[in-house]
Design a protein around this ligand. Structure first.
Ligand code: OGA
Ligand code: MN
Length: 203
C-alpha cells in the first residue's frame, strides 16, 4: 500500500498566511489522484458502519442529519491522511504556538436532503479543538448540488466554499459555519487538531 502514496508538495507558507489573515485556508489537489481514490474506496467500503451523527451518547440533536464513522487504526488510508495533518500541525505549532498534540477524525456522509446547521466546532473555546480540517472525498461536485460549506472568517466576512473533490478546508474551530442542504451524496473526512488529550467528542 505504501508505494502508491506519492506525497504532494503543499504551499505551507500560503496556508499559514491565509490562516493568519482570514482564519481559514483552502487546499486544492490535497492528495495524488491515486491516493484520493484509495480514500474514497475506504470510505465507501465502510458505509454500512456509519451511524447518525446527531445521536451522541444517546442524546439526539436536530442540528445535523449526516452519518459518521470515527477513524481508528483499522482505516489505513484515513490514517495516512491524518499523517499529512500531523505535518501541518507541526507548522501551526511552530508559527502560531497552537500546542496541537492530538488529532481526532471521522468520515462523514450527507445523503440527499442532509445538512449541518450553523455551529462552531469549539464554541467559547470550551474544548481543546484548535483547527478543523474538512477534506472532500466524492469524485465529482457541481454547485447546483448544494452542500456548500458556508463559513464566517475571522474578519466577519462570509464565504461559500464548494466541496470540490480532493479539496481540504482548514479553519479555526471557533469560527461560525454550516453545511447547506446537499442534493447528492457528499463524502468527507472531518478532522480536529487539538491542543489536549482529553477524551472529548461531540458535534
Ligand atoms: C463538521 C463540519 C463541514 C463540511 O463536521 O463539523 O462543519 O464542509 N463540516 O463538511
Ligand atoms: Mn463544524
Amino acid at each position: 500500500m505504501q508505494q502508491i502514496i506519492e506525497s504532494i508538495q503543499h504551499d505551507i507558507e500560503q496556508i499559514l498566511d491565509d490562516l493568519d489573515q482570514y482564519g481559514f485556508a483552502i487546499v486544492n489537489q490535497t492528495h495524488s489522484a491515486q491516493f484520493a481514490l484509495g480514500l474514497l474506496e475506504e470510505c465507501l467500503s465502510n458505509l454500512n458502519q456509519f451511524r447518525e451523527a446527531a445521536i451522541q451518547s444517546g442524546v439526539v440533536s436536530k442540528i445535523r442529519s449526516d452519518h459518521i464513522l470515527w477513524i481508528d487504526e483499522k482505516l489505513r488510508m484515513a490514517q495516512q491522511h491524518i499523517k499529512l495533518l500531523q505535518e501541518f500541525s507541526e507548522a501551526f505549532n511552530r508559527v502560531f504556538f497552537m500546542g496541537i498534540q492530538t488529532i481526532e477524525a471521522h468520515f462523514a456522509c450527507y445523503n440527499a436532503g442532509e445538512f449541518y446547521a450553523l455551529h462552531r466546532d469549539n464554541p467559547q473555546k470550551k474544548n481543546d479543538r484548535m483547527i478543523s480540517a474538512v477534506y472532500y472525498l466524492h469524485s465529482e461536485w457541481q454547485s447546483d448540488w448544494g452542500g456548500q460549506l458556508r463559513l464566517q472568517d475571522k474578519n466577519d466576512h462570509w464565504h461559500m466554499i464548494e466541496p470540490e473533490p480532493n479539496r481540504m478546508v482548514i479553519f479555526q474551530s471557533d469560527l461560525l459555519h454550516e453545511v447547506l442542504i446537499s442534493k447528492r451524496q457528499r463524502l468527507s473526512i472531518t478532522a480536529w487538531l487539538r491542543n489536549g488529550h482529553s477524551i472529548w467528542s461531540s458535534e
